[in-house]
Ligand binder design. Structure first.
Ligand SMILES: Cc1cc2nc3c(=O)[nH]c(=O)nc-3n(C[C@H](O)[C@H](O)[C@H](O)COP(=O)(O)O)c2cc1C
Length: 201
């Protein structure tokens, strides 16, 4: 919890923008969610994955021996931001039924958390709340399930209980979310709920 001994300061919430396209539909959902988080007193740390140098996991399994990743890139600064968060919200488009490669690269680099717990026998992570925001074109038979399941799998190793999933279909052009004011309101409301859960934590 980010509050200090005098009660000043709110919960720290890591808000992850997972699209390779800046200021598109999922990021607009995240912006609305951040507005709700801020209104409810959260201290928001926004992580725009495409702005970072995040290499793919090599599957070298070094983390199963040491608990640490051997790759030297921006994850060295991102791991502490994940650790410090009282709650995490992930915003993602659907790309070929799942999350885009830039976000999957971040997700695969969570393997050290899995390794510490299951290969090295570490303690279970402290529970914290999370939420998922999905933007997708739709019109295909596959839906958002794989993207949501992939994100929940990562939440599992991070000790995150998913409070809710907001799935917005029929958004494709970068400004399409602007024609879904109800979805933006829902994202803001979800941000408020997430902050309240984090306060309780
Ligand atoms: C490479 C690529 C693959 C996509 N695959 C899907 C898909 O499988 N299902 C779907 O509903 N939309 C798909 N879309 C559409 C995006 O989900 C949609 O444009 C979304 O609004 C993008 O969000 P963003 O603006 O946050 O990037 C795809 C778009 C791209 C560029």
């Amino acid at each position: 919890m980010g509050a200090d001994a005098s009660g000043v300061g709110g919960p720290r919430v890591l808000a992850i923008a997972g699209s390779p396209r800046r200021h598109g539909n999922s990021e607009r959902l995240l912006d609305a969610c951040i507005s709700g988080l801020a209104d409810a007193g959260a201290d928001v740390d926004e992580l725009v994955v495409v702005e970072h140098d995040i290499h793919p996991c090599r599957g070298c399994n070094a983390c199963s021996s040491t608990g640490e990743c051997v790759i030297v890139d921006d994850m060295r600064d991102i791991y502490p931001r994940i650790d410090d968060a009282d709650a995490i919200v992930v915003a993602s488009p659907v790309f070929f039924a799942t999350v885009p490669a830039v976000l999957k690269a971040l997700f695969d680099r969570m393997q050290p958390y899995w390794a510490r717990r299951y290969a090295l026998g570490g303690d279970a992570p402290e529970r914290r709340p999370g939420a998922i925001l999905i933007a997708r074109g739709g019109g295909d038979p596959y839906g958002p399930e794989a993207a949501v399941t992939t994100t929940k799998s990562v939440f599992g190793v991070l000790g995150i209980d998913c409070l809710d999933v907001l799935d917005v279909e029929h958004v494709d052009g970068p400004a399409d979310m602007g024609t879904h004011p109800d979805a933006l309101e829902s994202a803001k409301a979800l941000g408020e709920r997430l902050a309240q859960e984090a306060w309780r934590g």
